[in-house]
Design a protein around this ligand. Structure first.
Ligand SMILES: [Ca+2]
Ligand SMILES: [Ca+2]
Ligand SMILES: [Ca+2]
Ligand SMILES: [Ca+2]
Length: 92
């Protein structure tokens, strides 16, 4: 019997085989223990991101994400530059 994290739960049934979680708690019941579940409450938002959120189900008015248009511009500029480089290579 193998118990890598030594929490008393054998790997075969441990919902988090490499992290000690003797209580095997699994809030969203997806088979991944809370200790190693990147989305403990199973709402589809990784909890790392969730920590930055003001409140779940809140108004969302506090979100200060960079303007999408800015990122689009950056992406387009990169694309144009790449195209130019390709064209120069072809001309030579
Ligand atoms: Ca274990
Ligand atoms: Ca465990
Ligand atoms: Ca889970
Ligand atoms: Ca979540």
């Amino acid at each position: 019997m193998c118990d890598d994290d030594g929490d008393g739960e054998p790997d075969a049934t441990d919902n988090c085989p490499f992290q000690a979680n003797a209580d095997q708690s699994d809030l969203d019941e997806d088979g991944i223990g809370d200790e190693c579940d990147s989305d403990v409450d199973g709402d589809g938002v990784a909890d790392i991101d969730q920590l930055a959120e003001p409140d779940e189900g809140g108004c969302g008015c506090a979100t200060t994400s960079p303007p999408a248009a800015g990122w689009l511009l950056v992406g387009l500029l990169g694309l144009v530059r790449r195209r130019r480089a390709v064209r120069m290579r072809v001309e030579k």
